[in-house]
Design a protein around this ligand. Structure first.
Ligand SMILES: [Zn+2]
Ligand SMILES: [Zn+2]
Length: 116
């Protein structure tokens, strides 16, 4: 079963609607990524703080999945490639009424200047 794939635990739900670290510090993000192993939600590498990659490196969790509506791809940090993985515990993306960049009210007017 999929549980045996290293880096993926399909039964773990996502940690929340937004990036864990950005929500803790009042930050904002461009797009969101979900750790396929522990459900941690972090911001993408285009975002100012790049918490998804930081999480993967700090915890040795090699696979993330997009947490954007309509996107189902995985990214494998081990070989820097896209990956087709199984469905994960719902929800599979952040709420549809949550904008990107987000969250509402925390994105600066000049947000494009802060992207990577
Ligand atoms: Zn973040
Ligand atoms: Zn993780």
């Amino acid at each position: 079963m999929p549980d045996q794939i290293t880096g993926i635990n399909p039964s773990v739900p996502p940690s929340g609607d937004g990036c864990v670290e950005c929500d803790a510090t009042g930050g904002w993000w461009f797009h969101l990524r979900r750790c396929a192993e522990c459900g941690h939600i972090g911001c993408c590498d285009t975002s100012p703080s790049q918490h998804a990659t930081a999480h993967a490196q700090a915890h040795d969790h090699p696979l993330i999945k997009s947490y954007e509506p309509g996107e189902s791809w995985f990214w494998n940090y081990s070989d820097d490639g896209f990956y087709e993985g199984p469905a994960l515990a719902p929800p599979e993306h952040h709420p549809l009424n949550q904008p990107a960049p987000g969250p509402a009210g925390r994105v600066p007017k000049d947000w494009k200047r802060h992207l990577h």
